[in-house]
Design a protein around this ligand. Sequence first.
Ligand code: PLP
Length: 400
Amino acid sequence: MTVARYHARTRSLFGSTGALPSVRAAVLALRPEVPMLCLRPAKASREAARFVDSFPGQVLYAVKCNPDEAVLRALAAGGIGHFDAASIAEVRLVRRLFPEAGIHFMHPVKARSAIREAYGLHGVRDFVLDGAGELDKIVAETEGASDLRLIVRLGLAKGDARLDLSGKFGASADDAVRLLRRCAAVGRVGLSFHVGSQCCDPSAWERALAQADAVIRAAAIQLDVLDVGGGFPVAYPGMRPPPLAAFMAAIRRGVARMGLPSGCVLWCEPGRALVAGCQSLVVQVQARRGDMLFINDGVYGTLSDAGALAWRYPCRLIKAAGASHETLQAFGFFGPTCDSLDRMPGPFLLPADTAEGDWIEIGQLGAYGACLRTGFNGFNDLLRVEVGEPAVPSQASRAA
Ligand SMILES: *Cc1c(COP(=O)(O)O)cnc(C)c1O
């Protein structure tokens, strides 16, 4: 069955909204042989509201993490009104969906045409930069605009995040001081940093804030925005990050030590923490060899981080027929392509009698999942559904 046919069946079975009561009901009705991405919009809205309530400033959603329109709408419903865009395509997407939203161009290196279009057509006034060459580009492409807010990205020493972002972007402390002064001659100024993605140590923000403080004092400029970046972690299986409150407390402590001017606003740019939980993926087992399962999605599809990073995700079995075994067993996955790197070690815990034809719902794939899919080897079909079911699979969940 083609994906279009699946969608037609979804509508005929469950009505025109396309929202299904549960993942299990959808699977048993559609019996999908292509991977099926399941969105729980209410979960995205809840996480957005939780973040907006607990962060002492403005929350910008980092669009690159999951640009799915339904996800963006769910986040907006949860109170997100500002977006961190990194490309002109992301700027256009957000502007099309939300005419009134704040869009902030947070990539330190931009195409000239992207700067021109963002400023001229989409009302973007905030631009991140980490070098003098980029400042010259922004000034030239906005024709010397006087209403810019220029945010200098400070580079941090290699930190405690699972995915380190230092090294590619960010000015050194000395360069940041010089750049802040040059920017202050052009418009309003801000300072930003990013501690790295999936950073499980709240004190990383306190250390970064101390570095930012030294730069701001040395530059002796009036700071308009302090942006503490993204990187807030998710409790994937095998990782035990402290609760969100611990990160917020660390940020409040770090900021309190700085003595920022009263008009200075605080921003953060979470991606992963807002959306990881809102999408799961249903895959089908195409073959079993011992404790390895050949499934119909993999590292060139929705499961990149399960490959190179060997991250684990919660799994639950949906049996094609009959009840499943009580005992859980550790499995690894092979993806559908012919490439030998298309392998995910896990371990993923599933009932011991998992067999060909069964489906597996893999949870916590809302962040850096479907947006990283390639069509490599012809495996590009993906079925997308929305489910009303609030529960997301947890590591403990077993058979269905
Ligand atoms: C990717 C990115 C984010 C989001 O990071 P998460 O780890 O998903 O929270 C925020 N800001 C910048 C500049 C980024 O590049």
